[in-house]
Design a protein around this ligand. Structure first.
Ligand code: MD3
Ligand code: FE
Length: 211
């Protein structure tokens, strides 16, 4: 079995916002760089693309995926698919990313999708719910790398008050239980706040059980 440095060690969130657990600084610089290396290999097989929105404009965020399912869009909207738009199967989810899931998720299943979002400069992601998965008992885990991103958390229905928190490189967020269906988004990133990515920007990995 591959060595997992902290298997069995319990980690505790540093902040809890509306049931969203934030593990600040969970990954040190070396671990962040190791994950980034794996992302580079994934992107070589499954290039980043900007999905079309239903409004006919591409998203400002660039995406690709790893795992049995990836996130794609077509004229009918967004969906999970077993292949990249280029026809390739998605690369496997890296073991060092699975380690993070195992450490924080508390889930009894493995993630089936690792969505990779790249935010350059002014990219953002509007408030939305993640509800295309079959089992909302399964949590969602997110890993932030690179520039800081302003993460907004709303409610399980549209509207109402929201709260925001800056996510930094190495922070890990878990949305489970009550928080699984909250509206959330990224308002903006802070260019130049991290030296992790050579071209600047922010990468977010989102791990989900799909079926
Ligand atoms: C809260 N990505 O890809 S990750 C997404 O930083 C997405 O790229 C954002 O939202 C990003 O769908 C936020 C944090 C996140 C992910 C999934 C959630 C928060 C969530 C699911 C339920 C509630
Ligand atoms: Fe989301």
């Amino acid at each position: 079995m591959r060595k997992s440095r902290e298997q069995g060690v319990t980690v505790q969130p540093t902040v809890a916002l509306r049931g969203v657990q934030v593990f600040q600084g969970l990954l040190d610089r070396g671990q962040q760089e190791e994950i980034l290396q794996e992302i580079r290999k994934i992107v070589a097989h499954a290039p980043l693309f900007s999905p079309m929105t239903p409004y006919g404009r591409p998203m400002s965020v660039q995406m690709t995926s790893a795992g049995q399912f990836g996130w794609v869009s077509d004229a009918k909207g967004y969906k999970y698919a077993r292949k990249h738009p280029n026809g390739n199967l998605w690369p496997a989810i890296p073991l060092n990313v699975l380690d993070v899931w195992n450490k924080v998720s508390g889930a009894n299943r493995a993630p089936e999708c690792c969505l990779i979002n790249l935010y350059r400069e002014t990219a953002k992601m509007g408030l939305h719910q993640d509800r295309d998965e079959a089992d909302f008992q399964q949590p969602v885990v997110s890993i932030s790398l690179g520039d800081e991103g302003l993460f907004r958390i709303g409610n399980t229905t549209r509207g109402g008050k929201t709260e925001s928190i800056w996510l930094k490189s190495g922070d890990v967020v878990v949305m489970g239980g009550e928080a699984r269906l909250v509206y959330h988004g990224i308002d903006k990133t802070r260019a130049g706040s991290s030296t992790l990515l050579s071209g600047g920007g922010r990468i977010n990995l989102t791990l989900r059980v799909v079926t």
